[in-house]
Design a protein around this ligand. Structure first.
Ligand code: ZN
Ligand code: ZN
Length: 429
């Protein structure tokens, strides 16, 4: 059979009516590929606790099944758990395709967080460079998202062309990159898998990362003592916003050694500040539990890497009015040992849902007991409705399949030919 006569089957195994846990399959007669293998996000409902990893119903892919020889590979769009968290459950023989930075961030999470996913062998792709997996020709495109080095995929079989948006936004520090890709992709797209995380949120233009930086500056200036900040440790855009705000307000930017390692990876791929002689206002502290974890694993090298930029608890206490300090729930013990935190400013700068987790509540209770001034400054990692409309207009796809959304029915408001699928449903392209 000629390649351009091949039928392509799409199955969204998970994500048609859900944010997170993304898992998509494309197949021809002789090739199957998996696009993202994500774990479900924690429920925002305090009473619902996720006990085990739920696997979507896919034949011949997971370790407990016999491997289907038609499975040619798994593509991972970015280093968020809801896109890679199931990798450990995949057969070891399935080739993994992922960017080098994403691989490094996932492996860093393995060392520093409870994540159990580690990627030893894989093929690294690069933006704009086409590669083949079975019948599929794939071109990844770097996009703007809250995970560093995130990608969308153009997937072609013969003349058929599918675009998977991945998770993206247009209000971060790479806001202009999408327009360049649109020119390369053109508008002959048979099917667009489009994320719609924000589609059911009140319609408003989202703050840009630059707006966030400005708001942080104002919040720091309002207070004459230490500013504590809490954000997702691998959200590089946000780290940069806090770093820039610290520079603008003449403060030391105090990070823990996990974030120091995050920056140390990111700096290989972009101009990113990191603890060094060049970026003198960045100092590094060593939280007790994190240091214990890393030293028990035998990774002393990771502990000592930034020792020249270390700041002690005493130094922090003595210089409270000159410091912006990154914290997380696991550093509560360390915070309790730092004097002079009364009346501090605490900026919460991540997804609202995490605020309800027991560990975050403990941190918040401690902050309340110290009469800290609490503020939320955050912007989404996902495109607003206006950006989704522009995306559709530029690409003008024949069919749009909603994904990574709680409300696929709201896609109707975006225009275009919307096809709402159910998880596990087959769709011929
Ligand atoms: Zn996601
Ligand atoms: Zn994401």
């Amino acid at each position: 059979m000629e390649a351009n006569n091949k039928d392509i089957n799409l199955i969204v195994h998970r994500g048609t009516h859900e944010i997170g846990g993304s898992c998509i399959e494309l197949s021809t007669n002789n090739s199957r590929i998996i696009i993202d293998a994500g774990e479900q996000l924690p429920s925002t409902d305090k009473n619902l606790k996720k006990s085990t990893v739920a696997l979507p119903n896919i034949q011949g892919v997971f370790k407990q099944d016999n491997l289907d020889q038609k499975i040619k590979g798994a593509l991972i769009s970015h280093s968020h758990m809801d896109h890679y968290g199931l990798l450990n459950n995949l057969h070891n023989d399935i080739p993994i395709f992922i960017s080098k930075a994403s691989q490094e961030f996932i492996n860093l999470s393995y060392l520093f967080t409870p994540s159990e996913v580690k990627i030893d062998s894989c093929t690294n792709f690069e933006s704009g460079k086409t590669f083949c997996v079975g019948d599929f020709t794939i071109t990844p495109f770097l996009i703007d998202h809250s995970a560093f080095d995130s990608y969308m995929f153009l997937i072609e079989v013969g003349k058929k062309r599918i675009l998977y948006s991945g998770d993206f936004r247009t209000h971060g520090r790479k806001s202009k990159i999408l327009n360049k890709h649109f020119k390369k992709i053109g508008n002959q797209i048979d099917l667009l898998l489009l994320e719609g995380t924000t589609i059911d949120r009140p319609s408003k233009v989202l703050q840009t990362e630059a707006d966030i930086e400005q708001e942080i500056v104002q919040t720091i200036q309002k207070n004459n003592t230490i500013t504590l900040v809490c954000f997702a440790s691998q959200n590089i855009d946000r780290i940069v916003s806090f770093y820039k705000a610290s520079i603008r307000t003449n403060k030391l930017f105090v990070i823990d050694f996990y974030i120091a390692h995050v920056l140390n990876i990111a700096k290989e791929y972009a101009k990113i500040p990191y603890p060094s002689k060049i970026y003198k206002n960045i100092r590094v502290y060593y939280p007790y539990y994190l240091a214990k974890r890393i030293s028990e694993q035998g990774h002393q090298k990771l502990l000592y890497k930034f020792k020249h930029y270390k700041i002690t608890k005493d130094e922090i206490a003595r210089n409270c009015d000159k410091i912006v300090m990154v914290i997380r729930p696991s550093v509560l013990l360390d915070l309790k040992k730092i004097d002079n935190l009364d009346g501090a400013s605490l900026i919460y700068s991540m997804w609202e849902g995490y605020l309800n987790t027991p560990s975050m509540q403990k941190l918040k209770n401690y902050a309340d007991s110290k009469k800290m001034k609490f503020s939320k400054i955050h912007t989404s990692g996902h495109a607003d409705v206006e950006s989704l409309k522009i995306f559709i207009n530029k690409i003008n796809p024949k069919v749009i399949v909603p994904i990574h959304t709680n409300s696929p029915e709201k896609f109707i408001t975006l225009g275009g030919n919307i096809k709402i699928l159910s998880d596990g449903e087959q769709f011929k392209i």
